[in-house]
Ligand binder design. Sequence first.
Ligand code: ADP
Length: 266
Amino acid sequence: MIPQLIADARKIVFKLGSNTLADKEGRINPVFLEEFADQTTELIKKGKQIAIVSSGAQVAGLSTMDKWARKRDIHYRQALCAVGQVELMGAWKRAFEKHGIYVAQILLTGDDFNDSIRALNMRNTLFTLVDERIIPIINENDTVSVDEIKIGDNDTLAAQSAILWSADLLVLFSDIDGLYNKNPKEHPDAKLITEVRDIEVIKKTITIGNANSFGTGGIATKLEAAKRAISYDIPTIIANGSRPRVLEALSAGKQSGTAFLTQREL
Ligand code: ADP
Protein backbone atom coordinates (compact mmCIF):
# COMPACT_ATOMS: atom_id res chain seq x y z
CA MET A 1 0.00 0.00 0.00
CA ILE A 2 2.79 2.49 0.82
CA PRO A 3 4.37 2.45 -2.69
CA GLN A 4 0.88 3.01 -4.11
CA LEU A 5 0.16 5.93 -1.77
CA ILE A 6 3.43 7.61 -2.73
CA ALA A 7 2.91 6.95 -6.45
CA ASP A 8 -0.62 8.38 -6.35
CA ALA A 9 0.26 11.52 -4.39
CA ARG A 10 1.26 14.75 -6.08
CA LYS A 11 1.55 16.98 -3.01
CA ILE A 12 3.44 15.40 -0.10
CA VAL A 13 4.30 16.73 3.38
CA PHE A 14 7.28 15.11 5.12
CA LYS A 15 7.74 15.60 8.84
CA LEU A 16 11.19 15.03 10.29
CA GLY A 17 11.88 15.04 14.04
CA SER A 18 15.07 15.96 15.86
CA ASN A 19 15.94 12.28 16.37
CA THR A 20 15.98 11.74 12.63
CA LEU A 21 17.85 14.95 11.81
CA ALA A 22 20.59 14.71 14.44
CA ASP A 23 23.61 12.43 14.60
CA LYS A 24 24.82 10.55 17.69
CA GLU A 25 26.66 13.62 18.97
CA GLY A 26 23.40 15.60 18.87
CA ARG A 27 24.34 17.73 15.87
CA ILE A 28 22.29 18.26 12.72
CA ASN A 29 23.52 15.50 10.40
CA PRO A 30 24.43 17.03 7.01
CA VAL A 31 24.88 13.58 5.45
CA PHE A 32 21.27 12.67 6.27
CA LEU A 33 20.00 16.02 4.99
CA GLU A 34 21.91 15.63 1.73
CA GLU A 35 20.66 12.10 1.20
CA PHE A 36 17.11 13.23 1.93
CA ALA A 37 17.48 16.18 -0.45
CA ASP A 38 18.77 13.86 -3.21
CA GLN A 39 15.73 11.62 -2.88
CA THR A 40 13.30 14.53 -2.59
CA THR A 41 14.76 15.98 -5.80
CA GLU A 42 14.06 12.70 -7.57
CA LEU A 43 10.42 12.92 -6.45
CA ILE A 44 10.20 16.51 -7.70
CA LYS A 45 11.58 15.38 -11.07
CA LYS A 46 8.71 12.90 -11.19
CA GLY A 47 6.28 15.82 -10.90
CA LYS A 48 5.66 15.78 -7.15
CA GLN A 49 5.49 18.84 -4.93
CA ILE A 50 7.10 18.64 -1.49
CA ALA A 51 6.80 20.58 1.78
CA ILE A 52 8.92 19.66 4.79
CA VAL A 53 8.04 20.15 8.44
CA SER A 54 11.38 20.16 10.19
CA SER A 55 12.19 20.13 13.90
CA GLY A 56 15.78 20.48 15.03
CA ALA A 57 16.11 24.20 15.87
CA GLN A 58 16.90 23.45 19.50
CA VAL A 59 19.39 20.72 18.59
CA ALA A 60 21.09 23.01 16.09
CA GLY A 61 21.06 25.87 18.63
CA LEU A 62 22.75 23.74 21.26
CA SER A 63 25.61 22.88 18.92
CA THR A 64 26.16 26.59 18.37
CA MET A 65 25.52 27.92 21.90
CA ASP A 66 26.76 24.94 23.91
CA LYS A 67 27.31 27.20 26.96
CA TRP A 68 23.51 27.56 27.14
CA ALA A 69 23.00 23.81 27.46
CA ARG A 70 22.05 24.00 31.15
CA LYS A 71 19.85 27.07 30.94
CA ARG A 72 16.23 26.13 31.57
CA ASP A 73 14.74 29.64 31.52
CA ILE A 74 12.01 29.81 28.86
CA HIS A 75 13.48 32.93 27.23
CA TYR A 76 16.87 31.26 26.91
CA ARG A 77 15.19 28.25 25.33
CA GLN A 78 13.34 30.47 22.88
CA ALA A 79 16.57 32.35 22.17
CA LEU A 80 18.31 29.02 21.61
CA CYS A 81 15.71 28.02 19.04
CA ALA A 82 16.04 31.41 17.33
CA VAL A 83 19.79 30.86 16.94
CA GLY A 84 19.31 27.22 15.96
CA GLN A 85 16.64 27.97 13.35
CA VAL A 86 19.25 29.86 11.31
CA GLU A 87 21.66 26.92 11.54
CA LEU A 88 18.89 24.48 10.63
CA MET A 89 17.85 26.46 7.58
CA GLY A 90 21.48 26.82 6.56
CA ALA A 91 21.82 23.02 6.66
CA TRP A 92 18.66 22.55 4.53
CA LYS A 93 19.79 25.25 2.09
CA ARG A 94 23.16 23.53 1.60
CA ALA A 95 21.50 20.14 1.19
CA PHE A 96 19.30 21.31 -1.71
CA GLU A 97 21.75 23.78 -3.24
CA LYS A 98 23.55 21.35 -5.52
CA HIS A 99 20.23 20.40 -7.10
CA GLY A 100 19.49 24.04 -7.91
CA ILE A 101 16.52 23.99 -5.53
CA TYR A 102 15.85 26.82 -3.09
CA VAL A 103 14.28 26.39 0.32
CA ALA A 104 11.98 28.85 2.11
CA GLN A 105 11.46 29.24 5.84
CA ILE A 106 7.92 29.29 7.22
CA LEU A 107 7.49 29.73 10.98
CA LEU A 108 3.98 29.25 12.33
CA THR A 109 2.02 29.29 15.57
CA GLY A 110 -1.32 27.77 16.51
CA ASP A 111 -2.96 31.17 16.20
CA ASP A 112 -2.04 31.37 12.53
CA PHE A 113 -4.26 28.38 11.76
CA ASN A 114 -7.17 29.76 13.78
CA ASP A 115 -7.27 33.09 11.96
CA SER A 116 -8.88 32.74 8.54
CA ILE A 117 -6.98 35.64 6.94
CA ARG A 118 -3.61 34.40 8.19
CA ALA A 119 -4.47 30.87 7.12
CA LEU A 120 -5.36 32.07 3.64
CA ASN A 121 -2.08 33.99 3.39
CA MET A 122 -0.16 30.91 4.50
CA ARG A 123 -1.98 28.78 1.98
CA ASN A 124 -1.30 31.18 -0.88
CA THR A 125 2.38 31.46 0.06
CA LEU A 126 2.71 27.66 0.18
CA PHE A 127 1.08 27.34 -3.24
CA THR A 128 3.32 30.05 -4.72
CA LEU A 129 6.51 28.51 -3.33
CA VAL A 130 5.89 24.98 -4.54
CA ASP A 131 4.65 26.22 -7.93
CA GLU A 132 8.07 27.88 -8.25
CA ARG A 133 9.78 24.60 -7.28
CA ILE A 134 10.89 25.98 -3.92
CA ILE A 135 10.66 23.73 -0.89
CA PRO A 136 8.90 25.25 2.13
CA ILE A 137 10.59 24.22 5.37
CA ILE A 138 8.00 24.67 8.10
CA ASN A 139 8.58 24.83 11.87
CA GLU A 140 6.80 26.20 14.90
CA ASN A 141 7.71 29.81 15.65
CA ASP A 142 9.22 29.24 19.09
CA THR A 143 9.95 32.92 19.69
CA VAL A 144 6.26 33.81 20.02
CA SER A 145 4.92 30.40 21.06
CA VAL A 146 4.01 30.66 24.70
CA ASP A 147 1.84 27.81 25.97
CA GLU A 148 -1.53 29.39 25.11
CA ILE A 149 -0.85 29.54 21.39
CA LYS A 150 1.59 26.67 21.09
CA ILE A 151 0.88 23.83 18.70
CA GLY A 152 3.41 21.98 20.80
CA ASP A 153 4.57 19.24 18.53
CA ASN A 154 5.50 19.03 14.91
CA ASP A 155 3.31 15.98 14.17
CA THR A 156 0.24 18.18 14.74
CA LEU A 157 1.87 21.08 12.87
CA ALA A 158 2.56 18.72 9.95
CA ALA A 159 -1.07 17.53 9.87
CA GLN A 160 -2.36 21.12 10.03
CA SER A 161 0.03 22.16 7.27
CA ALA A 162 -0.99 19.20 5.10
CA ILE A 163 -4.66 20.15 5.54
CA LEU A 164 -4.01 23.84 4.84
CA TRP A 165 -2.07 23.03 1.67
CA SER A 166 -4.60 20.34 0.61
CA ALA A 167 -1.79 17.77 0.43
CA ASP A 168 -2.37 14.28 -0.96
CA LEU A 169 -0.13 12.50 1.53
CA LEU A 170 1.44 13.10 4.95
CA VAL A 171 4.56 11.15 5.97
CA LEU A 172 5.61 11.29 9.64
CA PHE A 173 9.13 10.01 10.18
CA SER A 174 10.04 8.51 13.50
CA ASP A 175 12.84 6.45 15.05
CA ILE A 176 10.71 3.30 14.82
CA ASP A 177 9.23 1.60 11.74
CA GLY A 178 5.62 2.56 12.49
CA LEU A 179 2.79 1.82 14.87
CA TYR A 180 3.17 -1.40 16.87
CA ASN A 181 0.72 -3.34 19.02
CA LYS A 182 2.96 -2.36 21.98
CA ASN A 183 6.04 -0.21 22.53
CA PRO A 184 8.81 -1.87 20.46
CA LYS A 185 11.48 -0.33 22.69
CA GLU A 186 10.12 -2.15 25.75
CA HIS A 187 8.85 -5.29 23.99
CA PRO A 188 11.11 -6.96 21.40
CA ASP A 189 8.17 -9.13 20.29
CA ALA A 190 5.99 -6.10 19.39
CA LYS A 191 4.32 -6.47 16.00
CA LEU A 192 4.25 -3.75 13.37
CA ILE A 193 0.78 -2.76 12.17
CA THR A 194 1.17 -2.10 8.45
CA GLU A 195 -2.34 -0.84 7.66
CA VAL A 196 -4.83 1.08 9.74
CA ARG A 197 -8.37 1.52 8.50
CA ASP A 198 -9.95 2.88 11.68
CA ILE A 199 -7.78 4.70 14.19
CA GLU A 200 -10.32 4.54 17.03
CA VAL A 201 -10.67 0.77 16.60
CA ILE A 202 -6.90 0.22 16.46
CA LYS A 203 -6.37 2.35 19.57
CA LYS A 204 -8.42 -0.14 21.55
CA THR A 205 -6.19 -3.03 20.48
CA ILE A 206 -2.75 -1.57 21.18
CA THR A 207 -0.85 -0.31 24.20
CA ILE A 208 1.13 2.89 24.15
CA GLY A 209 4.48 2.66 25.90
CA ASN A 210 5.21 4.47 29.16
CA ALA A 211 7.96 6.60 27.68
CA ASN A 212 5.48 8.43 25.50
CA SER A 213 2.10 8.40 27.21
CA PHE A 214 -1.04 9.77 25.57
CA GLY A 215 -1.15 13.51 25.10
CA THR A 216 2.54 14.12 25.75
CA GLY A 217 4.01 13.49 22.35
CA GLY A 218 5.29 10.19 21.06
CA ILE A 219 3.23 7.72 19.10
CA ALA A 220 -0.05 8.98 20.60
CA THR A 221 0.53 12.39 19.07
CA LYS A 222 1.28 10.77 15.73
CA LEU A 223 -2.01 8.87 15.93
CA GLU A 224 -3.88 12.11 16.62
CA ALA A 225 -2.08 13.81 13.72
CA ALA A 226 -2.98 10.91 11.42
CA LYS A 227 -6.60 11.12 12.58
CA ARG A 228 -6.70 14.83 11.82
CA ALA A 229 -5.23 14.31 8.34
CA ILE A 230 -7.51 11.35 7.59
CA SER A 231 -10.56 13.43 8.46
CA TYR A 232 -9.54 15.64 5.52
CA ASP A 233 -8.98 12.61 3.27
CA ILE A 234 -5.20 12.80 3.50
CA PRO A 235 -3.66 9.33 3.91
CA THR A 236 -0.79 9.26 6.38
CA ILE A 237 2.31 7.10 6.73
CA ILE A 238 4.50 6.57 9.79
CA ALA A 239 7.95 5.30 8.83
CA ASN A 240 11.46 5.05 10.16
CA GLY A 241 13.46 8.05 8.94
CA SER A 242 16.79 6.54 9.93
CA ARG A 243 16.64 3.71 7.38
CA PRO A 244 19.04 4.08 4.45
CA ARG A 245 17.61 6.01 1.48
CA VAL A 246 14.26 5.91 3.19
CA LEU A 247 12.17 7.60 0.47
CA GLU A 248 13.42 5.27 -2.24
CA ALA A 249 12.98 2.24 -0.01
CA LEU A 250 9.40 3.21 0.86
CA SER A 251 8.54 3.93 -2.78
CA ALA A 252 9.95 0.57 -3.85
CA GLY A 253 8.14 -1.37 -1.12
CA LYS A 254 11.48 -2.36 0.41
CA GLN A 255 10.74 -0.77 3.76
CA SER A 256 7.64 -1.30 5.79
CA GLY A 257 5.80 1.30 7.80
CA THR A 258 2.25 2.01 8.92
CA ALA A 259 -0.23 3.32 6.35
CA PHE A 260 -3.38 5.06 7.63
CA LEU A 261 -5.95 4.83 4.88
CA THR A 262 -8.83 7.14 3.99
CA GLN A 263 -12.24 6.10 2.68
CA ARG A 264 -10.85 6.44 -0.83
CA GLU A 265 -8.34 3.62 -0.41
CA LEU A 266 -10.71 1.35 1.50
P1 ADP B 1 9.79 11.12 17.08
O1 ADP B 1 10.63 11.85 18.08
O2 ADP B 1 10.53 10.22 16.17
O3 ADP B 1 8.82 12.01 16.38
P2 ADP B 1 8.53 9.93 19.38
O4 ADP B 1 9.75 9.51 20.13
O5 ADP B 1 7.81 11.13 19.86
O6 ADP B 1 8.86 10.07 17.86
O7 ADP B 1 7.47 8.71 19.33
C1 ADP B 1 7.82 7.45 18.91
C2 ADP B 1 8.09 6.56 20.11
O8 ADP B 1 6.87 6.10 20.69
C3 ADP B 1 8.83 5.29 19.72
O9 ADP B 1 10.22 5.46 19.77
C4 ADP B 1 8.34 4.25 20.72
O10 ADP B 1 9.30 3.95 21.70
C5 ADP B 1 7.15 4.91 21.42
N1 ADP B 1 5.98 4.01 21.45
C6 ADP B 1 5.22 3.74 22.52
N2 ADP B 1 4.23 2.88 22.23
C7 ADP B 1 4.32 2.59 20.91
C8 ADP B 1 3.56 1.77 19.99
N3 ADP B 1 2.48 1.06 20.36
N4 ADP B 1 3.96 1.73 18.70
C9 ADP B 1 5.03 2.46 18.29
N5 ADP B 1 5.78 3.25 19.10
C10 ADP B 1 5.44 3.33 20.40
